[in-house]
Ligand binder design. Structure first.
Ligand code: COA
Ligand code: MG
Length: 292
């Protein structure tokens, strides 16, 4: 996996660690990342078998450039420690810790990893899905080994006791709090799932909302959702063209000794160039992923 910040996180697909068929299918799906789940998608009686199935799938490989995150059970459950023991060295890029309430939860997992040989490069991602977690987002984003945030909007709505209709109005504060914490720490932030996996129009609307907020991508539960997320979270040809023209206009202005350019009647300053370069870098990263 390449450096987390440089890679795209448009489509992040959950796969139950117990589902061998889905684990195999994911090798050919055009997703940016996979969350191999040992937590809520796996029943208590299947946890041990899922660990083995998943470790074998990771050992077999074949996931190409897709980022591989393993969602373990929380460390205060009967399964968390064994998940870490079985999967920390299995070849994933990160462990995804559920129900993170504060930086101490991350630090506890980091301490376990620090004591496990061969896990120096293993990142920790945090499920942001509790009220305490959202309130502590800034500190969590700066916790040891922190690689990124995944919004757990179903758990969050359950804990708040809110209705998720009306454009997720009741969740906006939480989504933005997590985003700001992630951005301040320079880590990616991926939106929660859209449960009605056969409703493409509904998914598209929620992806567009997430993109407008600034999310890097969307977590997904079914292969049918992948194309929509990949499309919505990629820079459009028009955005790429505008970015190129902004950079050209700004460089031309600089050559004339000016610090500001005007393009299509709009001012172009250095801050726009930072955004334009990020747009081009993201487009390049997507192209690089699709060629592997
Ligand atoms: N990842 C990879 N492949 C998946 C998949 C997933 N999340 N969900 C379904 N598939 C595969 C199926 O194995 C099937 O493959 P096949 O055609 O080779 O047999 C194909 O996609 C079509 O599946 P479909 O029959 O439409 O779905 P289903 O009824 O088998 O499963 C769900 C529906 C929702 C149970 C399933 O998509 C799922 O388990 N999703 C993940 C849930 C999860 O991880 N939740 C935790 C986080 S919210
Ligand atoms: Mg959850």
């Amino acid at each position: 996996m390449t450096e987390a910040k440089a890679r795209p996180w448009r489509s992040v697909l959950y796969i139950p660690g117990s589902n061998a068929r889905a684990l195999d299918k994911a090798r050919s799906l055009p997703v940016d990342a996979i969350i191999f789940d040992l937590e809520d998608a796996v029943a208590p009686e299947s946890k041990a078998a899922a660990r083995q199935t998943l470790a074998a799938a990771l050992a077999e490989g074949g996931y190409g450039a897709r980022a591989r995150l393993v969602r373990i059970n929380a460390l205060d459950t009967p399964w968390g420690a064994e998940d870490v023991a079985a999967l920390a060295g299995a070849g994933a890029d990160a462990l995804l810790l559920p129900k993170v309430n504060g930086p101490g939860d991350v630090a506890a997992l980091a301490a376990m990893l620090d004591a496990t040989p061969g896990t120096a490069g293993l990142a920790i991602w945090a499920m942001m899905e509790s009220c305490a977690g959202v309130l502590n987002a800034a500190a969590i984003a700066r916790a040891p080994r922190m690689g990124g945030f995944i919004l757990g909007t179903n758990d969050l709505a359950k804990e708040i006791g809110c209705d998720t209709g009306d454009g997720r109005a009741a969740l906006v504060t939480a989504l933005q709090s997590c985003l700001m914490a992630a951005r301040a720490a320079g880590i990616p932030c991926v939106d929660g799932v859209y449960n009605a996996f056969k409703d493409e129009a509904g998914l598209r609307a929620e992806c567009e909302q997430g993109r407008a907020f600034g999310m890097d991508g969307k977590t997904l539960i079914h292969p049918a959702q992948v194309a929509t997320a990949n499309e919505v979270f990629a820079p459009t040809p028009a955005q790429i063209e505008l970015a190129q023209r902004q950079i050209e206009a700004f460089r031309a202005a600089e050559r004339e000794g000016k610090g500001v350019a005007v393009l299509d009647g709009k001012i172009v300053e250095n801050l726009h160039i930072v955004t334009a370069e990020a747009t081009l870098a993201k487009a390049d990263a997507i192209r690089a992923l699709e060629h592997t």
